[in-house]
Design a protein. Structure first.
Length: 287
């Protein structure tokens, strides 16, 4: 039997948690699916070294017992926080998307294994652009985003600002395999259907790229999407895409994510990361 699907909302209690809940609920409502609220607690145990030297065995046993009690207290506090967080998130969704069903998942450990646990159920994943550990950073997009996006076989929606229902979208297109797949996945999903769409390519003024852009736009039109194709010139691809977004008041972007390996990225940089870090609008990443 095929597992029931959901939109997995990864929440951590940071300032973007409400935005994650809202965009996940919006996404879920478009597909008539439930939201899976996921909170992952990572509680490191105390380091219990074999105390030796002048400390006697009775002292060691006493200290280890205290460390065990501290671990138990820490775990109780973390569990209480997790329970309060998911219940608050559930109430928030109920207030704004009353017809969306909500499932609650609480796990211990690391985020990626927790997401992979629900791999068969995940239709899409929603994450905040900056987590609790980077809430004061203007540059860092969150340590988990690239890791999750590279491992995911489903779209990953990244958001940060207060929810605004999207009315228009753009697909960042460069003729690569990931960009072609992004256009293909948009055409197969009803999430963005009915909105004004744009598929935008910067540079790449060669016949192959032009044909690829035309083919992607034709695929979307054949699937019933309203979409305009744009082939623009700009000194920098990211700047050109972001300028188009602002000028045309685009509400949501679709980007083929991390087409280069991590090793290549060290030398070439990541267009994906630059776009996520430079826009306040939600971004849907497609691998």
């Amino acid at each position: 039997m095929t597992p029931s699907q959901h939109i997995l909302a990864c929440i951590d209690g940071s300032a973007v948690t409400e935005s994650v809940c809202d965009y996940a609920a919006w996404y879920a409502s478009k597909l008539n699916l439930p939201v899976g609220l996921l909170h992952v607690s990572d509680v490191p145990a105390s380091i219990r070294r074999d105390l030796s030297g002048a400390i006697g065995i009775n002292s060691r046993e006493f200290l280890l017992e205290e460390l065990t009690q501290l671990d138990e207290q820490r775990a109780k506090v973390v569990n209480s926080y997790s329970n309060a967080l998911v219940q608050d998130a559930k109430s928030h969704i109920r207030e704004n998307f009353e017809h969306v069903d909500i499932h609650i998942y609480q796990r211990h450990g690391k985020l990626l294994p927790a997401i992979n646990h629900f791999k068969a159920e995940n239709r899409a994943i929603v994450m905040g652009r900056r987590g609790e550990d980077h809430k004061d950073s203007r540059i860092n997009i969150g340590s988990q985003i690239e890791t999750v996006a590279r491992a995911s076989e489903v779209p990953v929606l990244i958001c940060s600002e207060t929810f605004k229902e999207p009315l228009s979208y753009m697909i960042a297109f460069d003729g690569s395999k990931t960009a072609i797949k992004a256009a293909w996945m948009v055409a197969r999903s009803p999430v963005l259907k009915g909105m004004q769409g744009h598929i935008v390519m910067i540079g790449n003024h060669n016949d192959t790229a032009k044909q690829s852009l035309s083919a992607a736009a034709a695929q979307l039109e054949a699937a019933g999407f309203m979409v305009d194709a744009h082939h623009l010139s700009a000194a920098d691809a990211v700047d050109g895409l972001l300028e188009f977004q602002v000028d045309n008041r685009i509400d949501i972007m679709v980007v083929g994510a991390y087409g280069h390996s991590k090793l290549q990225q060290l030398f070439l940089g990541s267009t994906t990361t630059e776009i996520i870090a430079s826009t306040l609008s939600p971004v849907i990443l497609v691998r």
